[in-house]
Design a binder for this molecule. Structure first.
Ligand code: FDA
Length: 409
């Protein structure tokens, strides 16, 4: 094979993570000559650390309502072409054992590495060439009349490659320690594509408020709550999530808070109903509870330490419920059902699971993920302004957007 031919590809995928490897495998198996370039020593690291090492690889109920984007309709086409059941079939075909943990979330029984290995095997089936670590220095659109049908040139620290299509799959900014970069956004900016402002999402929240001062001693406790976050008229409106909340030494975390964080903007309060699943009348009006201490009544539904902290907040520690006046009872109920706190901030990119915002979907064709302005340039996965809820939706977007792109290469 001539050097010219050897360095000329149908598609070069930049970024060998979830979306990039999946897209490359599908395209390769459809007969495309595909090269994957990644700057990391080890590929698929985010998959490997995901889901606590067990990778929540999809959600059986994943649908457009589980995604945030300036254009909520954008996801519909890709999600309909490649559904959770399609990925489940693939996982089953590799005999990877998995289970449903909670609300349709599917996790590997053994290890997330099995998903990484599966993606590599799919790439191998399609004859995909993977090069890493490679630094991609720049990309250039070629005059279409030049060369051997290539539209793009990719300049790397290991030579120049040409290709008909470039697939940007470099993900988002969370966890810079394992190689996250804003390369896709840089390329988009260079090519005058619009970007929706990015910020960390699915991220713990930190607090400095007085209310939190007492609760910060309760680090490690987890309780089911209903969280509401966001505001009417804001980009994504208000959300409500029934999930567990985790108290940490820095603030609040756990699924309820991570979900709420995607809707939260600096300066806003979030509201927590600690008694979401509890029948308040039964708890507070039951005659059997009249002579109990307030903290002991609360201890029926909360861990003891938390029950005490709540009673203390309203100066009801050590007081029998029968002795607590109507006003104080109401104040306690308000605290427990409408606890409003103003987070000081988020724990940032180091602790975020995903990036909110990204390449604006109005610049992309939702059927193919190709740039409307630049034929042959595609954006898939997390670098696009599509962010899933917690629970396997972000991987489903990586698979679905990668699949839509691969079909059209
Ligand atoms: P991904 O990050 O997977 O891949 C990007 C690739 O591009 C990487 O290989 C990187 O090295 C490479 N790259 C970056 N910059 C480059 C450059 N300049 N040049 C070349 N290569 C470059 N989601 C979910 O659905 N279920 C879950 O259980 C979890 N769990 C989870 C845990 C943690 C701790 C995090 C941080 C995230 C999750 N997620 C998740 C989110 C999920 O990991 C994420 O949405 C997908 O990995 C996104 O897939 P992408 O392929 O877009 O990016």
């Amino acid at each position: 094979m001539s050097a010219e031919r050897a360095n000329n590809w149908d598609a070069i995928v930049i970024g060998g993570g979830a979306a990039g490897l999946f897209c490359a495998g599908v395209a390769g198996q459809l007969g495309q000559k595909v090269l994957v370039l990644d700057h990391a020593e080890v590929l698929g690291e985010k998959i490997r650390i995901s889901g606590g090492g067990r990778c929540n690889f999809t959600n059986m109920h994943s649908g457009p309502a589980n995604f945030l984007s300036l254009n909520p309709n954008f996801v519909k086409s890709a999600l309909s072409k490649f559904k959770p059941k399609d990925f489940i079939e693939l996982v089953k075909s590799y005999n990877i054992p998995f289970h449903e943990k909670h609300k349709g979330q599917l996790f590997c029984d053994v290890s997330a590495k099995q998903i990484v290995d599966m993606l590599f095997a799919e790439c191998a089936k399609g004859g995909v060439v993977i090069k890493n670590p490679v630094t991609v220095e720049s990309i250039h659109q070629l005059d279409q009349t030049d060369g051997v049908g290539a539209l793009w040139q990719v300049v790397t620290n290991q030579g120049i490659q040409t290709t008909k299509a470039i697939v940007m799959a470099t993900g988002g900014l969370p966890v810079p320690a394992i190689g996250a970069t804003d390369f896709a956004l840089d390329i988009a900016k260079q090519l005058n594509l619009p970007i929706v402002e990015v910020r960390p999402a699915l991220v713990p929240l930190s607090f400095t408020s007085d209310e939190f001062a007492n609760l910060s001693e309760l680090s490690g406790l987890s309780v089911p709550v209903k969280v509401s976050s966001g505001q009417k008229g804001q980009r994504y409106g208000v959300c409500y999530f029934d999930e567990d909340l985790l108290l940490t030494h820095k603030g609040l975390s756990g699924p309820a808070i991570l979900q709420g964080s995607s809707y939260w903007h600096e300066g806003e309060v979030i509201q927590i109903n600690w008694l979401n699943d509890v029948d308040c009348d039964e708890l507070f009006n039951d005659d059997a509870n009249r002579l109990k201490l307030t903290e002991n009544i609360l201890g029926i539904v909360f861990p003891q330490r938390l029950a005490k902290a709540f009673a203390e907040q309203k100066n009801l520690l050590g007081r029998k419920w029968a002795e607590v006046g109507k006003k104080d009872r109401q104040a306690l109920k308000d605290l427990l059902t409408r606890w409003s706190v103003k987070p000081a901030g988020t724990l940032g990119w180091k602790k975020a699971e995903v990036m909110l915002g990204g390449v604006d979907t109005k610049a992309l064709d939702g059927q193919t993920m190709m740039s409307k302005q630049h034929p042959g340039l595609y954006f898939i996965g997390e670098c696009v302004d599509v962010t899933g809820h917690l629970g396997g939706h972000n991987f489903q977007w990586a698979w679905a957007s990668g699949f839509a792109c691969a079909q059209s290469l």
